[in-house]
Design a protein around this ligand. Structure first.
Ligand SMILES: Cc1ncc(COP(=O)(O)O)c(C=O)c1O
Length: 389
C-alpha cells in the first residue's frame, strides 16, 4: 500500500470489516480509546479462556512466556531496545512512573506546559507540594509557530531546571509539538526529558532514538488498537538504574527495566497483553505512514465540509504534515456541550467536549475503521444542529 491510497474508500472498507461494528453511536472519540480489530479481540478472549482453565500456570508460565517477543516487536515499532520497554496498564501509569521516579530535591525546577495533560500537571503539582520542588509552566499561544514554541521552552529553562515534561500531541486539539528540537535544547543543558506520546504512537511514525528523550510514554489502546488496559513506558537504558519504580518491587528486586513491570505491578491480566502482538501485526500490515496519511485525509475531509458554517472555529493547524486524527472545533455563540448533547441524543454521533484553560470545544477523532460516508453522517448532523440552534 502507498500513501496515495489514503483516499481509496474501497481499501478502507476492508479495514472497516476487520473491526467490531460501532453501534449505537458513531464513534468519533477514538482519541480516548479505540476498539481493537476483531483478531485482537479474539486473541484476548482466547487467552482469557485459557487463563480460566489453570490461572497461575496459564498466565505466568504460558502467556507471559511471550512477553520478550512482544517487547521485541514493540521495540521495532518504537525504534528502541526491548531492554528499555516496560509494559503496564496505560499512559497515566507510565507517566506517573517517570514523574515520581526521578530523584529530585527541594529547589530543583521542572518545566512543564500550561497545555499538558491534566493528570501530568497534577502529578508534578503533588511533587511540588510534598517535596518542595518548583514546577514552572511554559505558556505559548495556540497559534504559535514551532519556532516560537521552541523559544518559549528554551526561555523557561534555567540553571535549576532538572526535568522537562513535554506532550508530543495535545490530547485536546491534536497539535503536534516540535519535541525533537526541544529535547535537543534540553539535552545540551543536561536536562532530563519525558515525552508524553499517548496520542502520537501508532498514529504517526515515532522513533524513540530520533526523539532522543529519556522517557517516552504511551498507551497501546488508542492508536495501536491493543486491548483496553495496555500501556508502554520506554526508559533510556542509562536512566533505568536511577529511576524509582512506582510500586515497590518483588523479591529479589529486579535491577533492570522489569522493575517497572511484570511481577512488580502485582497481579495483572495477561490476557490483555496477549492482544498486543496481533495488534502490532494488524498495524504493520497497513503501515504507520499509511495509517497516518489516512487519518489526515479523514480529518481534512470533514473539516473542509463544515468550514463555511457560521461561527465555525478550528483550534488545530491543518496545513501541516503533522496533522492526524485529533482536532478541536467550536461554533461561535453556541455552547459546545449543548452541541455535543444534540449530536448524541438526536443523531447518535459521539464527539467529546474538551476544555483546557480558556479553550473549549468539541474534539473529533476518527480512526482507520471509519469511512468518509461516516463523516458525512457527522457533517450533516452538525449542520442540522447549528441550523436549528
Ligand atoms: C496526551 C495524553 N496523555 C496521557 C493520556 C492518558 O492516557 P491513558 O488513558 O492511557 O492513561 C492521554 C489520554 O487521552 C493523552 O491524550
Amino acid at each position: 500500500m502507498s500513501s496515495s491510497h489514503a483516499a481509496d474508500e474501497s481499501l478502507w472498507e476492508r479495514v472497516r470489516d476487520a473491526y467490531p461494528r460501532q453501534q449505537p453511536l458513531l464513534n468519533l472519540n477514538n482519541a480516548a480509546v479505540s476498539p481493537p480489530p476483531l483478531v485482537v479481540e479474539q486473541a484476548m478472549i482466547d487467552a482469557y479462556r485459557l487463563i480460566s482453565q489453570n490461572p497461575d500456570v496459564n498466565m505466568w508460565s504460558k502467556l507471559d512466556a511471550a512477553l520478550p517477543s512482544i517487547k521485541q516487536q514493540l521495540a521495532e515499532l518504537a525504534d528502541c531496545s526491548p531492554e528499555e520497554i516496560a509494559l503496564n496498564r496505560n499512559a497515566s501509569e507510565g507517566l506517573s512512573t517517570a514523574i515520581f521516579g526521578i530523584p529530585l530535591t527541594a529547589g530543583d525546577q521542572v518545566l512543564i506546559s500550561a497545555w499538558d495533560y491534566p493528570s501530568v500537571r497534577a502529578a508534578w503539582g503533588q511533587r511540588q507540594q510534598r517535596e518542595g520542588i518548583e514546577v514552572v509552566s511554559v505558556d505559548f499561544a495556540l497559534t504559535a509557530s514551532d519556532e516560537e514554541i521552541v523559544e518559549s521552552y528554551e526561555a523557561g529553562m534555567t540553571p535549576k531546571t532538572r526535568v522537562l515534561q513535554l506532550t508530543h500531541m495535545f490530547h485536546w486539539n491534536g497539535r503536534v509539538l516540535p519535541v525533537k528540537r526541544i529535547c535537543e535544547v534540553a539535552r545540551a543543558k543536561g536536562i532530563i526529558t519525558i515525552v508524553d506520546g499517548a496520542q502520537c504512537f501508532a498514529q504517526m511514525p515515532v522513533s524513540f532514538r530520533d526523539l532522543d528523550c529519556d522517557y517516552f510514554v504511551t498507551s497501546l489502546h488508542k492508536w495501536l488498537g491493543a486491548p483496553v488496559g495496555n500501556g508502554m513506558l520506554i526508559v533510556r537504558a542509562s536512566r533505568i538504574d536511577s529511576t524509582w519504580p512506582l510500586l515497590a518491587p518483588f523479591d529479589p528486586p529486579p535491577l533492570r527495566i522489569d522493575k517497572f513491570d511484570h511481577w512488580n505491578l502485582g497481579t495483572y491480566n495477561s490476557a490483555i497483553q496477549a492482544g498486543i502482538a496481533p495488534a502490532i501485526r494488524f498495524h504493520r500490515e497497513l503501515g504507520t505512514a499509511n495509517i497516518h496519511a489516512r487519518l489526515r485525509e479523514l480529518t481534512r475531509y470533514w473539516i473542509d465540509q463544515v468550514r463555511d458554517l457560521p461561527g465555525f472555529q478550528l483550534y488545530t493547524p491543518v496545513d501541516t504534515d503533522n496533522l492526524g486524527a485529533v482536532s478541536l472545533f467550536s461554533i461561535e455563540n453556541l455552547d459546545a456541550k449543548t452541541i455535543e448533547q444534540a449530536l448524541r441524543q438526536t443523531h447518535a454521533v459521539h464527539v467529546k467536549f474538551r476544555q483546557v484553560r480558556h479553550v473549549a470545544g468539541l474534539r473529533v477523532s476518527p480512526h482507520i475503521y471509519m469511512l468518509k460516508r461516516d463523516l458525512d453522517v457527522f457533517v450533516n448532523a452538525l449542520r442540522q444542529v447549528v441550523r436549528q440552534s
